[in-house]
Design a protein around this ligand. Structure first.
Ligand SMILES: [Zn+2]
Length: 152
């Protein structure tokens, strides 16, 4: 084939080229051989394609991971956390008196039968117990798995 290089030597040059390790002179010799040898040209094309698709895959993976990190960071940003907590607090303070008032009115309404008073109270108490147990679990999960994804 080519006077300077044999095909098995060219395959070494190809991998060297893909790793960006060849000198200018070696590159020239490689391409000179590729122009004359279709076997090596084919090998070169395949390896280059393979490398490109691998790099593309890695880059895409890296990008999506970075995007994930960015969203995660935004969610965990102190300002966002504070706002969310303030919102919950405000809603709680607003709802508590309303709820208490409603319950008070309900309990002192002579038209409401006693069994319904007890039934509804039990219902609320049950709901409260469930709420607290869920809250406790959330807090425990947060403590044990700080790096878990934030669920809104
Ligand atoms: Zn060749």
């Amino acid at each position: 084939m080519n006077g300077h290089y044999r095909c098995d030597e060219i395959s070494v040059l190809i991998s060297g080229y893909l790793d960006d390790e060849l000198t200018q002179q070696q590159q020239q010799r490689l391409f000179l051989h590729l122009q004359q040898c279709s076997d090596c040209q084919q090998q070169f094309d395949q390896l280059q394609l393979l490398q490109q698709s691998m790099q593309q895959g890695l880059t895409q993976e890296g990008l999506s991971m970075r995007e994930d990190d960015r969203i995660q960071q935004q969610l965990n940003e102190p300002k966002t956390r504070l706002l969310r907590r303030a919102g919950w607090l405000l809603a709680g303070f607003g709802a508590a008196p309303l709820l208490a008032y409603g319950l008070y009115q309900f309990w002192h309404d002579p038209q409401v039968p006693v069994w319904m008073k007890f039934s509804l109270s039990a219902f609320w108490l049950g709901g409260l117990v469930v709420f607290i147990s869920v809250l406790r679990q959330r807090i425990r999960e947060r403590k044990t798995d700080r790096y878990n994804k934030v669920k809104l």
